[in-house]
Design a protein around this ligand. Sequence first.
Ligand code: UGA
Length: 436
Amino acid sequence: MKESKIGVIGGLGHIGLIQAACLAKLGYKTKAYDINVEKMKGILQGKMPFEEPDLADLVIETINSGLLKMTSQITDLEEVDIIFICVGTPSLSNGEADLSQVYAAVEQVAHNRNKHCLAVVKSTVPVGTSRKLTKYLKEHNLSEKVTMVSNPEFLREGSGVTDFWEPARIVVGGEVKEAAEKVAKIYAPPGVPIINTSWENSELIKYASNAFLATKISFINEIALLSEKVGGDIRVISQGMGQDPRINPMFLEAGVGFSGPCLEKDLKSLIAQFQKVHRKASILESVLQVNEGQRQGLVEKLQEQLGNLKDKKIGILGMAFKAETDDVRQSHSLPIVKQLLSLGAVVTVSDPWVKTAKQGGLSEAELPGVEWVSSPYEAAGGKDAILILTEWQEYKELDFKKLKALMLNPLIVDGRNLFNAKDMERLKINYLGVGI
Ligand code: UGA
C-alpha cells in the first residue's frame, strides 16, 4: 500500500470513477466522494453508472481489496493528502464554462480539513482559474489548508482505463513546483514525459489540445466536401496524409463530425476566453461551423435521395457520441434526430448500449414519437433509409443481404464511412458516405 491518501471529488463521474479506481489499483487508499447516493448504491450492487470498457472489474476489485471507498460525506476527506477535483464544467448559454461545481468543491474541501492538502483540478477550467481559486483561498485565510495544482485530464471515453495506464504525457501546473511534481509522481508510469509548468500553461494546454483535435476533424471534413464532389475517397486521402509523421493518422476520420461532452464544450469555452481578452478565434469559430455543417450535410443527403422527408421512415443506427460508450450527452445523433422529426420523418433508433431514452438519460418528451428498438435489423425493417451515426463494431459486421431484404428502400447514408462503396454497389444498395 502507498503512503499518500487520496480523495476524488466527482468520484462517480466518467473521469472521477476511472481516476479513483485506477489510483486504488496502484495501491493508494482512495475515497471517491460524490453527492449521488443512488449511483453509490448501484455500484455496491455491481451496477456501474455508465459503460466504460474494463472499468466495472476494476471498481469491484478495488472495492473488495478495501482500497477504494465511496462516500457522500465531505468530512470523510479530512485526512487525505491529495484531492482530485473531477466535477463537470458544462457550457453556459454564452459558451463560457460553468465553474460553480469547481468552486463549490474547493470551498468544501478548504472548510473541512484537519491538515493541509493538495487540491488538484482535473476538470477542464478556463485559464486563470487555479490562480483565482488560490486568491480566494488567501482572502478567506484558507491557503494554509489547500494548495492548488492544475493537472488536466486527457483520457477519452471508451478507452479511459487504458488511457490512464498509458498516458502520452502528464501535465501539471502550479506555483509550487514540488507540489505539482508530487501530483505527477502519484500516477506517472515510468518514462512518460511530465510537463511541470505554470497554472496558466497547464490549463491552456488542455484547451489547446482538445481544440486541435477538433480542428483536425473539421479540417478533414472540409476536404471531404471537395473529395466527394470530385470522385475522391477521403479515407485514402486521410491515409496518404497521415503517413507523414508531421501530420499523423489520428483524428483524420471524416464523417458526421465530433460530438460528446468535451470537444464542443471546450471549443466554445476557448472562444469565450478569446472574447474576454478582445481577440478573435477565427480558426476555432470555423471549426465549430464546419462541424455543424457535417450534421446538416447528412440530412441533406437523405433529402436529395428521398425528397420531402415528411412521413418517410428513417432508421438511425447509433445514439452514443462514439463507439464503446453509452454516453449520449451532446451526441450529434440528438440534433440530427430532432431535425428529422421537425421535417416530419418517422424515426426509429437503435444503439447497442443505449436501448431506451431513459438509459441515455433522455426524457421521452425530448424525442417525441421516436421508436427505440434493440437491433439494427429491427431499425432497418420497413424503412426508406437508414442513417449510420456511431461506428459500432456490430455495424461493421452487419449482414447486408438480410438488412436490404428488410428495408422498404435500400438507401444507406453512412456518417462514419464504415463500408466499401463497391461492395454496396454489388448488393444494389444505394450507399452514401462522407467524402467518398
Ligand atoms: C476528448 C479528447 O480526445 C480527450 O483527450 C479529452 O480528455 C476528453 O475529450 C475530455 O476533454 O474529457 P472524448 O470526447 O472522450 O475525448 O472522445 P474523442 O475520442 O476525442 O472523440 C470526440 C468526437 O470526435 C467523437 O464524436 C468522435 O467520433 C469524433 N471523431 C474522432 C471523429 O469524428 N473523427 C476522428 O478522426 C476522431
